[in-house]
Every structure is written in structure tokens, then in C-alpha cells.
Design a protein around this ligand. Sequence first.
Ligand code: XIL
Length: 375
Amino acid sequence: MKNCLYKSFQKYFKTGVALSSFFLMTNEEFASYMKGIESYLLNVCKLKSITKLPDIEKIKKDTMEVLNYAKTQFNVIVPENDCKMQYVYKSEDLIDFSWPDRYVKFAKENNQKLRWHTLVWHSQVAEWIFYDENKKYVSKELLDKRLKFYIDSLGKRYKNDIYSIDVINECISDKTFTLRNGKEKSLWYEILGETYIEKAFLYAKEAFPNSELVINDYNLESVEQKRYGLFNLVKKLLNKGVPIDAVGLQMHINLQTPSVQEIRETIEMFGSLGIKVIITEMDISIYNDIPDEERFENQKIITSEILDLQAERYFNVFECFKNYGKTGILSDVVLWGITDRFSWRNDFPVPKRIDAPLLFDRKGNPKPAYYKLIR
Ligand code: XIL
């Protein structure tokens, strides 16, 4: 393919993509992964037999094609799952560097920059970290020590390889718009209290002195109270001297909301604090759900009209990003996947509903949105 996405935008910002382990597995790992799925279907889901086994060769070939887009269309990559604490911090003093190492190698081989997603999050976390041998919560001191050890160890190995890090992910509550607590699954808050955020940033600054440190969250554009919640937190922390360099807007949006105006207001609001804004996980669902009202659309047929609307929507939002790229507030736009087939939104927020939120279709062909953007 002659066209190139990141080159179309390099005057304004870097263009990145999330990649999952699926794409970086060796053939042997891939075969055993598929076997795992098979045995899950038979043993856990109790299917009597699987009439149509996945064609491993075919899937592997498809993933190689997708991988080629990752190498040629983007100048930043981000592991979609493999650098989350659950997969890296295995036990008290055991850190498994094998998957992060692979991404470092991949990025180097392809002349790309690498982001780390994510150091501290309430989800996909190493659960053991919060408990002692009696299955009781650990003390503040011990959790603090574990957190510091984790971040220090990563810094020792990767400080020159990771240019940008999501230090804190999704810390604002969707109910109270203040810090998410234990009732909303944050054992970080439950055990360490609100200072866990500044601790993580201070440890990250020591361990990765030259990386951009990011606080990342979702729905900040469409939910004004949440936007203010994060704004007030970041303002307070900056005043205390906490080294936050940028706010990450996840940007899991749909065809209708948020409006470009809301996106603009959000970028400007955080920009007014003198820090940068980056787009960390963008995709545009074809379903106009309203999660706050528990309204979710049923599966629909993906028509060319929908894909044209989506192309228009990608274009308008990227035009907005370009403006802030020019002024220097916005430096990165990362898409949360390459093809619709492997997008997390096929399962979220409605399990098994087929979505089409990315720039390449299920077969791996560029969609109208892709062509509209590279023009
Ligand atoms: C998602 C991944 O895309 C899925 O593969 C995984 O099963 C769950 O996590 N916000 C985030 C990301 O910060 O880490 C999430 O990624 C999507 C929402």
C-alpha cells in the first residue's frame, strides 16, 4: 500500500496504534493459543464438539497482513494488554519482562516509538499485590513498597525505550466524579488513600526521568462533571509539584457523541493548565449507545452509508486534532487497534455485538474512513 497514515499527519502529531500479543506470537505459541481456545470451548463452555475448528494457517496469514499495517502505517505502537500489571508483575520480586521486551524489539526494528500502557489501574492488575498470605489487605507500607519496586524495575530496564507512559489509568469515578474508591474496584485508593496517584507519578519520574508521564481517562468530553473532576485533581497535583506532563483522552467514541465542540473544550481546558493532551485509545463505534441511561443499540448491518458517516466523523475529529497539533497542545493520536475483526468493541459494552470502529475492515481492507483521513 502506497498511502501512509502517519505521514499524512506528521506535521501535526504522531499517529499510533495498539497491538496485542496475538500479532507477535511465534507460530508455536499461536498454535498452542488456538488449542487453548479449543479446550476452553470444550471444557469450560461444555460444547460437545466443535464442528468448525479455527483454521490456524488462515488466521496466522491474516494476522501477518495486519501486522504489516502496524509496521508501515503508524509511527507509535502501544501494547493493548501485555504491559498491564497483571501480565508483568508476577509475584513479590518476579517481574516478567518477556512481553515488554518483544514490543521494545518490534518498535526498534520498525523505527517506531513505544508507549507504556499502563502502570497503575484498578483493572487487569496483579491481584496478589493487595493481599498478604492470610488473604487480608496488605499494609499501606507494603503496597507502597511493591509499587515502587515495580516502577523502579521497569525504569531500570526500559527508561530509554519508552517515550510516554500512562502512569494512572481511569482514576475518576463515574458516579462521584472524584477519586474512584474501593466500592468502584480501586484497591489502590482503598489501601493507599488518595496519595497513591502522586506516589506513582513521583516513582515514575525517578525511574523514567525522560519519559512523558500521563494521566489517562475516558468520557471526559461527553461528561462535563467528569472532565471537571479530573481537571481539579490535575490542577491540585500540579500545584503540589507532581510531575504530570499530559492528560490522555481515551476517545472511545461513537458516530454522534461527543460533539467536536465538546472535544475542543476538553482539549483547551486541560491545555490551559500548561500541560499537553494526547489521544490514547481512539475508536468510533457504529452504535450510538447512551451508557448512562443504559441504552444500547442492537446489532445492525454495517452498510456503506454507515461507513461513510464514520469516515466523515473520523475526518471532522482529526481536523480538530490537527488544529491542536499546530498549536503544540496535542502531540499524539493513538488508535485502539487496526482491524475491526480484532477490536475490543466487538465485546464491549455489549458482548458479541459486531462493531466496526477502526480504519481497516474485518478482512483487513482500508475503509472509507482510512481514505478520507489520508487525503
Ligand atoms: C481493553 C483491551 O482492548 C481488551 O483486549 C481487554 O480485554 C480489556 O481492555 N480502557 C483502557 C484499555 O484503558 O486498557 C482497555 O483495553 C479499553 C478501555
